[in-house]
Design a protein around this ligand. Sequence first.
Ligand code: AMP
Ligand code: ZN
Length: 492
Amino acid sequence: MELYKQHQIRIYNSLTKSKQEFKPINDGNIGMYVCGPTVYSNVHLGNVRTFMSFDLIYRYLLHLGYKVRYVRNITDAGHLENDADEGEDRISKKARLEKIEPMEVVQQYTVDFHNVMSKFNCLPPNIEPTATGHIIEQIEIIKDILDKGLAYIVDGSVYFDVLKYNETAHYGVLSGRNIEDAIHNTRTLDGQSEKRNPQDFALWKKAKPEHIMRWPSPWSIGFPGWHLECTAMSTKYLGKQFDIHGGGMDLKFPHHECEIAQSKACFEKDPVNYWMHANMLTLNGQKMAKSTGNNILPNEIFTGENTILTKTFAPSVVRFFMLQAHYRSVLDFSGDALEAAEKGFFKLMEAVNNLSSIKAGKISTIDLNSWKDTCYNAMNDDFNSPILIAQLFEAVRFVNLLKLETETLTQEDLTHFIKLINSFIFEVLGLENNVKKDTSAQLSGVVEVLIKLRNDARANKNWALSDQIRDELIEKGIQLKDGKEDTTFTVN
Ligand code: AMP
Ligand code: ZN
């Protein structure tokens, strides 16, 4: 029997602002859409956190035996600066600055994104559609919204009529904003006057002569509005109504609010049953963001080329650090927090390495079922990874007691225990046991002790001992060098 039949998940739905029992539209099958990156620069660790949060969710759903169609798009057109309807396209701007083709920008940063995702052991989605690959679908949706009288054309651009829509529906249903609050922050910028109301948003924009990413449409040669691509791609691959839509908290408004309005206008249905939003990664208490420069790139953590950390950290340690926080909590990035996470990570992996040396006993003295239930209950309760991790540390305690034979498990229970630990750590949390402990500090400490003993021996004219220490260290590849002030060493 599939595990999901025994486990009722509860998901915090941003739409209802409450935890709800999760029931997929089609039993055993789940459609999940997550807004992907805008590929105009390298993804920073904040972006990674959101994608990792959904990777955890995806992994747990798979673990429970659900058949999941996971769609995560690549935004390669239409996302203008300041998330607004005016300004330059982020990708064209980068192309202009670097004097390369927009599609070269897209390719470069899509490849970077994929590399980063695989370093962090995030599973690839089942479909990864691009905005530029779905211009026709976007145009069809605009035609439909125009037919329904919920959009209007001004000089080749098409705008969604928020006030008209709000007469029969509720614009603001997700973000809780009322229509007066929902005025885009760009109202004073050039071109805003085209809109009947500042709340309206672009479905199609006529391209200015300098706008190089452009496609023909019934209204003008231009490009689609940013919000439209996700409506087009999610409904194309998951249907007009699907189970889960995710993204970072900052996408709730206007992006997801607009998606709901577009879908309801076009298909007359609420598109998504469970809206999920991952919270932000902060640095020095401020949101990590490309625009402010308050960010760190994954590669800068692995290579140590940064001004924030004093040492490097492996991807799996960073992953563990992130999963120690619940996806709906803000998480602050710091060297101290990473070092604490690294200690915990090694403790966990040491326990995993010790599993094979545990001997089975005649009886089971540990209540395995109760431990297992607590682990599953944590994940069933809105994917609470920090509680699961706390339970895994409880398992580390069990492993130590089992090794000492203070506690015992029968062969059957032991096999089950090992299987559970492995599936929670590797399958569900997606950690990897491939990180070498950096023991260089300990090695230096040990050599310093030997240097001191040798100095004592020399002070006592015990040349035999001092030579022995020096020669044996050479045999181990450690060369002592006596300077005027002190003795140093090199490792060959
Ligand atoms: P973008 O490429 O800017 O569209 O962002 C890609 C994803 O990263 C979106 O889901 C954002 O909500 C998310 N994101 C951006 N900044 C952060 C952050 N500091 N912490 C967590 N997620 C973020
Ligand atoms: Zn989106």
